[in-house]
Design a protein around this ligand. Structure first.
Ligand code: SIN
Length: 288
């Protein structure tokens, strides 16, 4: 089984399609090794036409590392009590209560849970209900963004740490247990180098986390804001990015240490349901 699969790089600065692997079946160690290599090189992998349940999603994720449970959501309890290690991304309400996170609005550019000391290495996202042609997800390659960084910006961020605020999710919702941040210099969350060495590949990558309430340690607020605005404008250019147009049954797997991602808003009346797992990081990010 699964020995005739192939990996097709996309015509984009990151991304590949993995065809001919059935994620509901046991996957041979040599196939896992090839997928792992493609994940390291292409950063985002798409496995189309998968029919898998939550246990199979978890089993697939565990092939690449330990599971990392989701961070606190705005509602203070896991969405799936039988699977607290799975995050549900959805706008659907049942009896007036959200069955998942992020609603139907835009999710702005971010990497996941970088407010923790050891952010997740990656994530796996299974599309269960998908509104046609809406709610696209975009990924940007932070190796490429670093390599193309103008030297004036590169010099200014060398050796600098940034505060990664934990207060809000990418849809702008406050996480349960946090309070509004009035000064980003005091935001709760980890401090990480702005340029990290990827824990697996050793390659330098820009590591921005999310823009809201970010602050470069030791800078005046206005100087930090100006430099971060310049870095974000650079890093999120279309020339570093990939657009994923979802189809039901797509499984996406991404490298969280070398990419940013965002999602378009979609109609509130549409149903969009995705289940998501995370792969634990192996160490706190170190400076490149
Ligand atoms: C996310 O994990 O940020 C959400 C991605 C999506 O809804 O497509």
């Amino acid at each position: 089984m699964n020995d005739t699969f192939h990996i097709e790089p996309m015509d984009a600065p990151l991304g590949a399609r993995v065809l001919g692997v059935d994620l509901s079946q046991p996957i041979h160690a040599t196939t896992v090794a090839r997928i792992t290599e493609a994940w390291r090189q292409r950063l985002v992998l798409v496995f189309p036409d998968q029919v898998i349940d939550d246990d199979q999603l978890i089993a697939f994720t565990r092939l690449f590392g330990d599971l990392d449970p989701p961070g606190p959501n705005p509602y203070g309890a896991p969405f799936l009590s039988e699977h607290p290690e799975i995050n549900v991304i959805s706008n659907v309400l049942v009896d007036g209560r959200p069955i998942g996170n992020l609603g139907a609005g835009e999710a702005i550019w971010h990497a996941d849970m970088t407010y923790t000391d050891t952010p997740p290495m990656g994530a796996v996202l299974l599309g269960l209900e998908i509104p046609e042609g809406e709610g696209n997800t975009y990924f940007a390659n932070m190796y490429a963004a670093f390599e193309a960084l103008p030297s004036s910006l590169r010099m200014r961020i060398e050796g600098k740490l940034c505060i990664h605020d934990a207060t809000y999710n990418s849809a702008g919702m406050m996480r349960k247990g946090y309070k509004e941040v009035t000064d980003p210099r005091t935001a709760p969350g980890a401090r990480h180098p702005l340029v990290i060495r990827h824990p697996h590949t050793g390659r330098p990558a820009l590591f921005l986390g999310r823009r809201r309430n970010a602050c470069i340690v030791g800078f005046e607020l206005a100087d930090s804001e100006a430099l971060l605005d310049a870095l974000w404008a650079h890093a999120t250019q279309p020339r570093f990015a990939l657009t994923h147009v979802w189809r039901r049954g797509d499984v996406l797997m991404w490298d969280n240490m070398a990419t940013l991602h965002r999602r378009d808003a979609f109609a509130e009346t549409a149903r969009r349901v995705l289940h998501r797992t995370q792969i634990k990081g192996i160490a706190a990010p170190t400076a490149a």
